[in-house]
Every structure is written in structure tokens, then in C-alpha cells.
Design a protein around this ligand. Sequence first.
Ligand code: UD1
Length: 345
Amino acid sequence: MTSKRNILVTGGLGFIGSHTVLCLHEAGYCPVIIDNLHNSRMEVLNALTELLGYRPEFIEGDVNDGQLLDTLFQQYQFDAVIHFAAHKAVGESVEQPLMYYRNNVVGLVSLLESMQKAGCNRMVFSSSCTVYGEPESVPVKESTPTRPAASPYGATKQMAEVILKDNGWCSIQCLRYFNPVGAHPTAKIGELPLGIPNNLIPFLTQTVAGIREKLTVYGGDYSTSDGTCIRDYIHVMDLAEAHVSAIDRLFLENKSTPETPGDPSKGHFEVFNIGTGVGYSVLEVINAFEATTGEQVNYAIGDRRAGDVVAVWADTEKVNSVLGWKAKRNLETMMRDAWNWQKNC
Ligand code: UD1
């Protein structure tokens, strides 16, 4: 029997990381988590233990700690890394840009240095559709030119992509997430925003749960069918499964495509949009939530939020055909699972 491949999952107790840990295990990989608990909680490790039937390897630590990383690479001989650990709040990044550059950019460099020293040359990286900015046309393809970032957070994702592209010794699957929502169907893990949520779904579910008074819909006068912004919401389990497909692909001998003719002995940088390919407006999301759960959402149309793009959703042709991954869960499932998770919190 061949031994399982060890995968280092940075930020593995976070929202997307924790769901990915489950999917990696199911696919026969051995996930090892490093997380500094900055935006996550130990309870997630307990929930993962329950769901997995064993306690996954967990190291409390920071990707900026090069010494710790070097020790871990020696100890576990990682076959690949999935790098989630990063800050992700747009507004906070405007207030504390250095914190974002240190964690999201310097942390990546520190991780790559340890990987290079240890001879580990495979990585899946968490990027974001934020790199497209306000696109000229939708859906956006991976080849759509990126736009100047509207926030330090967006800038860190763009810089990270450049850094990764420049490191030709490493094979990279760069996943540009659209809007991850939902939760594990057991409602044992989900999104755990600390403080007042910035994102739509946690704010919506907390409003229905009575934790927030009212949901403000940011702008009702955009040039969309109902005046509210359009996004490509994707179930976190679909997103987690995309990471397994990306890891599988890193272990393929020959990853050549017409777009990226690969020499398998060299590094290989590929970008994929991870979305459903369907855009929904904020009001459509609220309606879907109400129809699925039978709950009323107390909301009002308010002012536009600075920095919001009007409409963005993914062209998924490349990810469907090259990565062989396709989102399976619809908006109703996203709303059901998000609500079940909120009720369980
Ligand atoms: C933002 C970032 C994205 C990042 C994500 C992670 C940009 C352009 N987008 O996504 O890169 O990965 O956060 O946190 O930088 N809305 C309301 N009321 C609310 C909250 C949101 O109406 O209380 C609306 C927004 O205007 C938007 C939609 O809901 O149209 C989704 O917003 P949100 O969940 O915050 O995600 P994004 O801004 O799309």
C-alpha cells in the first residue's frame, strides 16, 4: 500500500480551509493544519475531529515563522501545500494595510522559502475574483486582464499572483474564488465571522437569527435588472472539492494544455475561476433565502458601499474542461446550509 500524501493546509481552521480538510481526507490525502487562530477558533478542530473520526494534525503557528515552517517541512515531508492563511476583509485592509501586506504577501514569501529549502514544489493558492476589479464584460475569463486593485486586500492577491508566477521552480494552481457561502451539510462547521460580518450571507443569517436588527442592501440603483449588485455565489463544499481537483492535478505527470504547454520537470502556473458561472443579485439571494427557509429577512435598500463592483460572475469553461471540476450545489442548497449552520451556532 502506498502511504498517503501529506498536504500542509495553512489556515486550515478557517471557513474554506476547514471544509477542504474534510474533502482532502475523503480523497485519501493526509491534511496537516497550521493556523494562528487569528480569525478562527479551536472549536473548529473539535468539529473536524468529530466529522473525520480522528483528530487531524494541528500546529498552532504563523506562516511568517520561517523556523517553525522549516521544522514542519522536515518533520512531515509535505508533498504539497494549500495556502489559505490570509486576511480577507476589504475595509480592514484599508485601515491596516501593513498588516495585510505582512500576512498576505510576506507570509507567502516566507512559506515559499521554506518550500524551496525543503524541495516541496507544489502549491494550491487562494486567490480571488477581486483581481478582475470592475470587468468590462461578464462573465470573466481567466485571460481577462486584471485591473488596479481597489483596496490593499485586492493588491495583496494581485502581488501574490505575480510572486507565484515568478517562482518557476514551483507548480502552482491559482484558484480565483468568487463568493463562497453555505456550510457543511451537517452544520458542524461553517463561516465564523468575528464581530460584525462584512459579507452578505453571514449578515443576512445573523439578521434573521435576531443578532442584527436589519440587513442593509448596499445600493438599489445599479444598472442591473433589479438595481442591486450581482455576484457568483458558490457553495463552500463545491469550493473545497475544487481544491482536491487542483491537488490531484498537481500530481499529474503531464499537465500540458494548449494554453500552458508544460514541461513536467518545470514549474507550472495555472489560474482557474472557481464559481458556478451564474450571477445572482442581492435581492435574488434574499428571495431564495426566504423561499428556501420560510423565514422573513428584515432588510432595507441603503446607500451604495464604496468599492463594490456592479456585476461579476465567472466563465467556468476552463475550469470545467481542464480541471474537470464543476459546481454541483445550487443557490437553494447554499441558503439552506448557511441557515442550518447559523441556527447551530
Ligand atoms: C468581497 C471582495 C472579495 C473577497 C470577499 C471576501 C471585492 C470587490 N470583493 O466580496 O474579493 O474575496 O469580499 O470577504 O473586493 N451586500 C449587501 N449588504 C451587506 C453585505 C453585502 O448588500 O450587508 C452586498 C454587496 O454590496 C455585494 C454582495 O452583497 O453586492 C456581496 O458582498 P460581500 O459578501 O461583502 O462580498 P464581495 O464584496 O462581493
